[in-house]
Design a binder for this molecule. Structure first.
Ligand SMILES: [Fe+2]
Length: 258
């Protein structure tokens, strides 16, 4: 992978996303959100790559994965008007479909294509899969970390905005009620990743996002997360109960043990 290859993919991405400009204002806002998310995930990926000492060709491959990981979001939103996979289709699978249909990686060897497709395909799984067809799971672990770093940012922005200006699809439609669901709180308190199926209200979704700290792969990501204090900021939007705050404290403390 060369810098010119990556530049071509970037150009393709700009044209591809411009193809959704005909949506209504709410749709446009949601589409723009994913476009900007993608660009920031590329930036997060560059930071993690630098911290982890990837060489130039590996960095370009990782940046390409970041650029392509969510391309399925665009057809998903056009067709179903939601980013909720359970109400539409797995967006990672859709991303691979777009990559193949558009023949974006045909200039690479089969092994490299497989590596990139696997990283895209697995970026949103609850857990890393046991088996990989390609020789390394490194890129899957990288995109999972880079994606999380930006999703934390997206949600903090979302909570900062007045309700009427929020891009509707970000909160996945969870009602913003004052409670938390015990199963979600228990999972976080036990140092586990909260499952999306257990989440019923927006606060559960926040607990889920805090629990991602237990699913990070690289010390550079932990470092960046500490620096940016996303967990503390998320915690500040949660109910001030001692159980909630204790579970959050455990998550924050886990970042210090590297
Ligand atoms: Fe995604």
């Amino acid at each position: 992978m060369t810098a010119a290859d990556f530049a071509r993919l970037e150009q393709w991405f700009s044209q591809f996303t411009a193809g959704f400009a005909d949506l209504d204002p709410e749709g446009l806002r949601n589409i723009r959100l994913k476009e900007e998310h993608t660009r920031r995930v590329v930036a997060c990926m560059a930071e993690i790559d630098a911290g982890e000492g990837l060489d130039a060709p590996q960095t370009l491959k990782a940046l390409s994965i970041a650029l392509l990981h969510d391309v399925g979001r665009f057809p998903q939103y056009r067709r179903w008007r939601t980013f909720r996979d359970s109400e539409s289709d797995n967006h990672a699978r859709l991303s691979v479909e777009v990559i193949r249909k558009e023949r974006l990686l045909s200039f690479l060897s089969e092994e490299e294509q497989l590596e990139i497709e696997e990283a895209v395909r697995f970026h949103n799984l609850l857990e890393l899969p046991q088996r990989f067809a390609s020789s390394s799971d490194r890129f899957t672990r990288l995109i999972r970390d880079a994606d999380k770093l930006d999703i934390w940012w997206v949600f903090l922005e979302y909570y900062r905005q007045p309700q009427e200006e929020r891009a509707s699809a970000v909160g996945l439609g969870f009602p913003d009620l004052p409670e938390v669901t015990p199963a979600c709180l228990d999972a976080l308190a036990a140092g586990e990743v909260v499952r999306l199926e257990q989440a019923r209200v927006l606060n559960d979704f926040k607990l889920l996002q805090i629990s991602w700290v237990y699913d990070l792969n690289f010390s550079t990501t932990r470092c960046l997360l500490r620096e940016r204090a996303y967990l503390e900021q998320l915690a500040a939007t949660l109910p001030d109960s001692s159980q909630v705050q204790a579970a959050v404290r455990r998550a924050v403390t886990s970042l210090e043990v590297v």
